[in-house]
Design a protein around this ligand. Sequence first.
Ligand code: PMP
Length: 288
Amino acid sequence: MQDSLVYLNGQLTPLADAKISVLDRGFIFGDGVYEVIPIYAGQMFRAEQHLARLSRSLAKIRIDNPHSNSEWINLIEQLSQTHPAQNQIVYIQVTRGVAPRAHAFPAHTIPTVFMMCNPMVLLSDTVRSQGVACVSMEDLRWLHCEIKSISLLGNVLSAQYAAEQSATEVIQFRDGFLTEGSSSNVWIVKDNVLLAPPKNNLILEGIRYALVEELCSASKISFSSRPISRAEVFGADEVMLTSASKEILPVVSIDSKPVGTGRPGPMFSQLYSAYQQAKPPAKPSAKK
Ligand code: PMP
């Protein structure tokens, strides 16, 4: 672990040697953004969309994007090739850089760019076929959830709330309407229609959001993006989570109350198999 390579400010360096200043504004203020891109058998999945979201997050906090998309892709490939795992998650973080501590932006700083690759641990078929338990809570985060900010205290506290109740994820509500999980988007199914909350400042638009929309139109599944009340979530036929590492995951209970039949539903099965078709294929095993 300590000798695995990470990328820091232009260099591949062993994790143990990767050091930043304590005055980095990422450390002092959480002043930065991040991205997480899945890599299947050496191929990034939806890299363009992830890098576009990184650009949007950077623009929202007014940090110039330090790299073009092709530079990012080269850097990610160089790093990921030093790691043996077939399936990886690359984590990218860009902060405003190092400056004397003062809240407003410093005049001149060089962004700090950090990347690491870790094995992507996919959920077992057993977990996915059983579905997972979630707990509900009020969404207490700020009003710029569309920015993939490294200031994640709200998400950390909600994830901890779930962990303490042995739940996989929280289902958050703001003023009685569904927002998202601590690190995933939430979908419900009612009468064969898939529903998700609108893409606005109250949720992070997951890269799987548009992907699921595409899968729906290819599979002739009705989809609607609109505010979803708490009563609709608790009365849903199916509830699902999506994220890079969860892919699509069925939720079978919320606050110990069963969702629908209490088993993963048919819409989940259909979307999950469409997702498996859409993602890069596993590497063919070497010829004997
Ligand atoms: N919402 C939040 C708050 C998240 O952290 C994530 C994970 N990045 C998502 C939604 C899902 O996004 P994606 O599909 O890009 O993984």
